[in-house]
Design a protein around this ligand. Structure first.
Ligand code: SF4
Ligand code: SF4
Length: 130
């Protein structure tokens, strides 16, 4: 039985050392924040001065992620129902259909999408007024 020294196999693992001097591709979160991407589908925003409480957003949502709840704060005088959408982020798939059917253009998606909480109820989210 004869042995052959596999020089290439011995040297190859040391090739990984070059990564010790390269810039990382990851971010040092939360110290470093990801750059916002224009057009990214993040959290919902709802301009209460424009929302008319029609419920179109709720009707179109195939995931039943929207329920209409009583508005808090100053709302549009044309909002006859007095209701505004609340989003369940346990169900939402960020398809954006609700924003597409919003006639007065009050519902939008912002680019921010980072959120963490141990409280499951906080994922029932009232869109920020904008
Ligand atoms: S957010 Fe738009 S679609 Fe939804 S209730 Fe308000 S006006 Fe209607
Ligand atoms: S983005 Fe899509 S899934 Fe999410 S609430 Fe709107 S319609 Fe429903």
């Amino acid at each position: 039985m004869s042995w052959e020294l596999d020089i290439k196999g011995l040297i190859q693992p040391f090739g990984a050392l070059k990564f010790t001097v390269k810039q990382p591709h990851t971010l040092n979160y939360p110290i470093e924040k990801r750059q916002e991407v224009i057009g990214y589908r993040g959290f919902h925003l709802n301009s209460l001065s424009l929302c008319v409480g029609c419920g179109n957003c709720q009707d179109i949502c195939m995931n039943e992620a929207i329920d209409m709840v009583e508005a808090v704060g100053v709302i549009n005088s044309k909002n006859a129902s007095g209701l505004v959408p609340r989003i369940d982020y346990g169900r939402c798939c960020w398809c954006g259909l609700c924003t597409d059917v919003c006639g007065p253009d009050s519902l939008r998606l912002e680019s921010n999408c980072i959120y963490a909480s141990a409280d499951a109820n906080s994922f029932l989210y009232m869109p920020k007024d904008c």
